[in-house]
Design a protein around this ligand. Structure first.
Ligand SMILES: [Zn+2]
Length: 86
């Protein structure tokens, strides 16, 4: 195991420990939202960061001028697994 793999392992363990389902935001700043744990969405993306949006409002139009949009794949998986109310 090289040092990079070792460090990645440490971060991975930390993420696992703090595994909390949250709303994630695309790192490109295009107001696209996903659901998942820090650094990994349910639909499999890792180019996401935690957002300040509550899970309760996922899928709803927010009262902003932003053209926010939501990942339907994340929504489907979250509903199927009971994370979101169907
Ligand atoms: Zn997604």
């Amino acid at each position: 195991m090289n040092i990079i793999e070792f460090i990645k392992g440490l971060f991975y363990k930390q993420e696992q420990k703090a595994e909390k389902i949250i709303v994630l935001e695309d790192v490109r700043g295009n107001f696209r939202y996903h659901i998942g744990v820090a650094g990994r969405s349910l639909c499999g993306r890792d180019d996401v960061m935690s957002s300040r949006i509550s899970l309760d409002v996922f899928g709803q139009k927010l009262v902003t001028h932003l053209k926010e949009n939501y990942c339907s794949e994340c929504e489907r998986i979250a509903k199927e697994s009971g994370v979101l109310k169907a």
